[in-house]
Design a protein around this ligand. Structure first.
Ligand code: GLA
Length: 728
């Protein structure tokens, strides 16, 4: 049993038995309230009794009173707890004060879903155990059910909360958290920050006195902060040390906070942001889910738990376990300026070199020849594509290529037939200017009529031809957040209602077209989160396709997200974002460390380059089961110097791929050896050139990139080399 209840001591011990324990217990407070305390999170323990630590300070005589000392499992504002809280609730008396008292609990096998929201799932009940703990604020009638699930063999803990108003008056909930935990000691914070074309840079900051917060109020998880935060013991590295992480299964506004108090206790809490929900009597609200991971094996140990969990029990559908097709996307090849002939010229070259899927990006609908019109008018522009999509798709299929299509369904251009017909269908505040970003407004996805329109408009196109891939884009963030259909006192719900509406649309469309591979996108990687991955197993990682910059972006993304979720393309040189020239080999090695594709005009390339690409494609087909389903380990961080390195290993370590990269050259540089930790040190391995190495040598001495040290063979600046090792 993964959840052990001790009725005498009233403790709940949640453990997978190997990797972690998370312990809760009831505690009687001075005012007679039986509350719930989180006494422990960390390595797996054999017993949950921590009473010798005597940590509950129940003295009313101290300056702070008692509430500021306790490690509440779900702290509420108004009781004298001055740290970041999990809940702010306001009842009929107008006071922002709630007191949650333990009522009872249930332990059940399996893992229930969360209505209308993405979540980690199980395929049979033995995979997980779930604890539900019921708390009540007696004055307002707010019932709060904390729900924790232990994923037994996947070593993760999930947490979400259900609110039910059992009183007679509305209760306002402000940013109700999905998870809260207390750690002892001082921690560094690691998070992923960035912006457009520079997503998910790794930043580590020491010491947490004062609240550290990362958040989004953009209506999307965003380019700027990812809904992921890890607290690390100061000695933690990629391979060693304690990591406690939270990753939010949600694609909208979020916040994650951590604060160490004067007693050396760190509160770690997170959930929705910009959510002001007026819960009416008899109504319920479910929060999204937080995935909590503890690892004592450093950042790689933490990431590998997330990777396996997301690959196997967050992503769904036939594409979850199917090798992803190698694609060519026309965006950087043609932008808006294409004809069927041009697209087919690219497609012919693509088919010749073994590419499997052609993706037509922006510009095929309405009258769209630049980014200032037609979003919402999902009707083929027949002056550009005579006869619609079907003739083009049929020709692509005849070449042996699947066909994929770009949409941006959540948006509306002011210059569109849709906007002219429904000017109130966008998010807006009456009487205020409607701010555009990229010349567009956002559809009000909280409205059922808008959701239904999007479902039918996208479905009509998908039914009109043999479309087998969709890129679902979203290219701006919120402003003037208001909905025409909600009363003034419910306008604070728009952020979350939008997400509920979007998830309904995604659930409906992905269920209706189960054979289609969906890839999400938001100006590159502006909505790269576990919420989207539940519907779409891959995301376009960044609009920056430069091979050197991608080292940073893909390295940072891998902190929480599996390689099988990252779209990565070889694009033209000079690179369109940074102007850098890198070798085709290096661009290939970076892109094959994700879901591989090309994004350039293949019809303009010479035979020599196409022949190299043909070899690249053949090689990717050979290794993609390993890169997409294998275990990924980061070896050298690009954030720390001139190099980057990572490895992929099959489950049984019989096949290993090591990728070494140099960002820029340096004269007379020392030799760099890179050790390969995830390898069987008792076996012999042979690389792609027939060279043999003993596993122990690879593990303890490593490999050396040919471009470094005495006798270095490469003179180019950015360079790469791979070792494809197979056990003998
Ligand atoms: C976004 C995407 C790009 C491309 C363009 C099309 O920026 O990230 O990949 O699809 O939109 O307008």
């Amino acid at each position: 049993m993964a959840i052990i209840y001790d009725a005498q001591k009233e403790t709940f011990h949640l453990t997978d038995g190997t990797h972690f324990s998370f312990i809760l217990k009831t505690a009687l407070e001075l005012d007679g309230i039986k509350t719930l305390i989180n006494t422990y999170w960390g390595p797996a323990l054999g017993d949950a009794d921590l009473s010798h630590l005597n940590e509950d300070n129940k003295s009313a005589a101290s300056f702070d009173g008692f509430a500021n000392h306790n490690s509440y499992a779900y702290p509420a504002r108004g009781r004298g707890d001055f740290r970041p809280v999990a809940l702010t609730a306001t009842g009929a008396d107008g006071a922002r004060c709630a007191v949650l008292a333990y009522q009872g609990h249930a332990i059940l096998p399996g893992k229930p879903g969360i209505p209308g929201l993405p979540a980690v799932y199980v395929e049979n009940e033995a995979e997980a155990d779930t604890l539900s703990i019921r708390m009540l604020d007696g004055l307002t009638g707010l019932e709060v059910t904390l729900r924790y699930t232990v994923m037994n063999d996947l070593h993760a803990l999930t947490s979400s909360v259900i609110f039910e108003n059992q009183g007679n008056h509305p209760i306002l909930l402000e940013n109700p958290a999905s998870a809260c935990a207390t750690l002892r000691g001082a921690y560094d914070m690691l998070h992923l920050h960035g912006g457009w074309a520079k997503e998910r840079a790794v930043e580590r900051v020491p010491s947490l006195h004062g609240i550290r917060e990362i958040s989004s109020s953009r209506g999307a998880s965003g380019h700027h902060h990812n809904p992921f935060m890890a607290l690390l013991s100061p000695d933690a590295t990629e391979q060693h040390g304690d990591c406690y992480a939270m990753n939010f299964v949600y694609s909208g506004s979020f916040r994650l906070q951590a604060e160490e108090n004067e007693f050396g206790y760190t509160r770690f809490v997170g959930g929705m942001n910009e959510c002001f929900w007026k819960l009416m009597p008899a109504e319920a609200l479910h929060t999204p889910e937080m995935v909590m991971v503890y690892s004592d094996k450093g950042l790689n140990g933490m990431s590998q738990i997330y990777h396996q969990l997301y690959r196997t029990r967050l992503c769904r559908g036939i594409w979850r376990d199917t090798p992803r097709p190698i694609l060519v996307n026309n965006w950087e090849g043609t932008y808006f300026n294409f004809t069927p002939e041009k697209l087919l010229a690219i497609a012919e070259k693509a088919a010749n070199i073994g590419i499997e899927l052609f993706v037509l990006d922006d510009g095929w609908f309405g009258k769209r020849n630049q980014d200032n019109c037609s979003l919402g008018d999902w009707v083929v522009n027949e002056s550009k594509l005579p006869g619609g999509l079907a003739p083009l798709v049929n020709k692509m299929n005849a070449l042996g290529l699947k066909f994929g299509l770009w949409f941006e369904p959540e948006m509306i251009s002011p210059d569109s037939d849709l906007y002219r017909a429904h000017p109130d269908w966008c998010l807006h505040v009456p009487g205020r200017y409607r701010n555009e970003q990229r010349h567009q407004l956002i559809l009000d996805m909280s409205r059922t009529d808008v959701q239904d329109y999007v479902i039918s408009a996208v479905s009509n196109v998908l039914n009109s031809a043999n479309i087998e891939y969709v890129k679902w884009d979203m290219n701006r963030n919120y402003s003037e957040v208001g909905s025409a259909l909600l009363s003034p006192d419910h306008q604070g719900e728009v952020h979350h209602r939008y997400m509920l509406g979007l998830y309904r649309v995604l659930e409906t469309i992905t269920a209706r077209f189960p054979h289609i591979l969906f890839e999400s996108c938001s100006g590159g990687g502006g909505r790269f989160d576990p919420g989207m991955l539940h519907y779409m197993p891959q995301t376009w990682t960044s609009d920056d396709s430069d091979a050197v910059e991608r080292l940073f972006i893909q390295y940072g993304t891998s902190m929480a997200y599996p390689v099988s979720s990252m779209g990565a393309h070889v694009s033209a040189v000079p690179n369109h974002q940074v102007g850098r020239v890198t070798t085709l080999e290096m661009r290939g090695h970076v892109a094959m460390s994700g879901n591989f594709g090309y994004e350039l005009d293949l019809s303009s390339l010479g035979d020599e380059e196409l022949a190299m690409m043909k070899d690249q494609v053949a090689f990717v087909k050979e290794i993609r089961a390993l890169t997409q389903q294998g275990r990924f380990t980061r070896l050298v961080s690009p954030f720390e110097g001139r190099f980057a390195a990572w490895q992929f290993s099959s489950e049984d370590q019989s096949e290993i791929l090591v990728c070494l990269f140099r960002r820029y050259a340096a004269a007379n540089s020392p030799m760099q050896f890179v050790k390969i930790p995830d390898i069987d040190e008792k076996r012999w391995y042979v690389d792609q050139d027939g060279r043999e190495y003993h596993g122990s040598v690879l593990k303890h001495v490593g490999v050396r990139p040919v471009f470094e040290g005495p006798g270095a063979k490469r003179m180019e600046d950015a360079a790469s080399v791979i070792f494809h090792l197979k056990a003998k």
